[in-house]
Structures are given as structure tokens and as C-alpha cells.
Design a protein around this ligand. Structure first.
Ligand code: SF4
Ligand code: SF4
Length: 209
């Protein structure tokens, strides 16, 4: 079970550069989605003339199903400068991969709750870290794609693009670099060192009790 919470209003509005296409995933029954808050913010963006289309569905983490439904909105997506995704981290990763060189941004943070998690394709895993980094990493999760869950960049140990901890897997930070380059967002790597907000980490909170 997990919960998605909207990122700060200012953060979401700052992601709406130019025109945007919006995807809402009402999720599986294992995900709480902040429907009313998302709707209000999206209405605001629509009224400002920023939105080329809104697509609301469930299970965008199911790539095959999602592709079929999303293809019906191709013209609206093409007309947008970026796609804003209101879903858990798995949904955002699935869309980023599918949309290739389109900018895809996460508008929610994902928190864990005890219980069953729902359908999660392993290649797009989300550890529900509570402070989603996908907007800085080209839609590839640094927590799950890097063996050390590094959030500030590569450890420097990769060899020929493969991870030093697990040589059978591609280095997550090399994948992030390639994706950012492809979407013309290498500037994201120039941002100041990201300080993890451990106040959102459930395990840490438990330890402090
Ligand atoms: S950074 Fe990764 S683990 Fe954290 S919420 Fe985003 S997808 Fe999930
Ligand atoms: S080699 Fe890459 S994936 Fe492996 S631990 Fe280092 S940064 Fe992370």
C-alpha cells in the first residue's frame, strides 16, 4: 500500500513550462491518489491556457495497456512541451520510458504504507522514498536504479557502463546521464547537491520514536 501526495503547488506550476499534457493515474486500489487537490490545480492550469489535454486512467504502470490508451492522445502530447504525471513513482517511470525524448515530470511524492503494493513491473521499481527525484534524473529512479541508492550522482566505480556492485546491471547513473542528454536536460545535473529530506523517510521516523 502506498500514498501519493502532491508536490508543492509552486513546484508543480514551475514544471508547467510552455504547454503541458497531463496524465492522472487514479491507481490501483493499493494507491491513495489526491484526486480533489490535483483536479483543482489542473483546472487552474487549464484556465491559464497551458493544457493541451488531460488523460485520466488507472494502471499506467502496465506498459502495454497504457500505450494503447495513450496513443489516442498522440496529437495532444505532440503539441505539449512537457507531460505532467500525477501518479506514484512507478507510473512516472513507465511514461518516461515510453515517451522517449519528451520531458516527463512527476507531480507527486510517493510514501509507503504497510500492506500489499499492487502491480509493480520490476524494471520501474519505486521504493516510496517520500521525496521523488525523478524530475532531476530524467524519470529514472536513483533509489532503485543505483545499487547504492545514490542521489547526488555516480560513485565513480562503474566499468564500461556497468555497476561496480552488480556487474550484470547497467550503472543507474549512466542511464540517468544518457536520458537527460536525450531530452536536452543535462542542466539538471548542475543543480546544487541534493539534500535528502530524511523527515519523509518512514524508517528514519520509526527510529526516532
Ligand atoms: S525517487 Fe524513486 S523511490 Fe523515490 S518516490 Fe521517486 S520513484 Fe519512488
Ligand atoms: S556504479 Fe553506478 S549504479 Fe553502481 S553503485 Fe556506482 S553509481 Fe550506483
Amino acid at each position: 500500500m502506498l500514498i501519493t501526495e502532491l508536490k508543492a503547488r509552486e513546484t508543480i506550476l514551475s514544471l508547467a513550462e510552455g504547454k503541458v499534457f497531463i496524465v492522472n493515474c487514479h491507481g490501483c486500489k493499493e494507491v491513495h491518489f489526491p484526486e480533489q487537490e490535483a483536479k483543482a490545480l489542473q483546472k487552474e492550469m487549464q484556465e491559464a491556457g497551458k493544457v493541451t489535454g488531460i488523460f485520466t486512467t488507472d494502471y499506467i504502470c502496465n506498459p502495454e495497456n497504457m500505450k494503447l490508451r495513450l496513443d489516442l492522445h498522440k496529437a495532444e502530447i505532440d503539441a505539449a512541451d512537457a507531460v505532467l504525471v500525477f501518479s506514484c513513482g512507478v507510473g512516472v517511470q513507465t511514461l518516461s520510458e515510453y515517451l522517449g525524448n519528451k520531458k516527463v515530470y512527476a507531480c507527486c511524492d510517493t510514501y509507503p504504507l504497510p500492506g500489499f503494493q499492487g502491480v509493480t513491473p520490476l524494471e520501474y521499481d519505486c521504493k516510496q522514498c517520500g521525496e521523488c527525484y525523478l524530475n532531476l534524473t530524467g524519470g529514472i529512479c536513483p533509489i532503485t536504479a543505483c545499487s547504492k541508492s545514490l542521489v547526488n550522482g555516480q560513485c565513480g566505480g562503474s566499468k564500461n557502463g556497468m555497476c561496480e556492485v552488480d556487474p550484470s546491471m547497467e550503472c543507474g547513473w549512466e542511464r540517468i546521464y544518457k536520458r537527460l542528454k536525450m531530452v536536452g536536460r543535462l542542466d539538471a545535473l548542475k543543480c546544487p547537491v541534493q539534500i535528502r529530506n530524511y523527515a519523509t523517510d518512514d524508517e528514519v521516523k520509526k527510529g526516532q520514536e
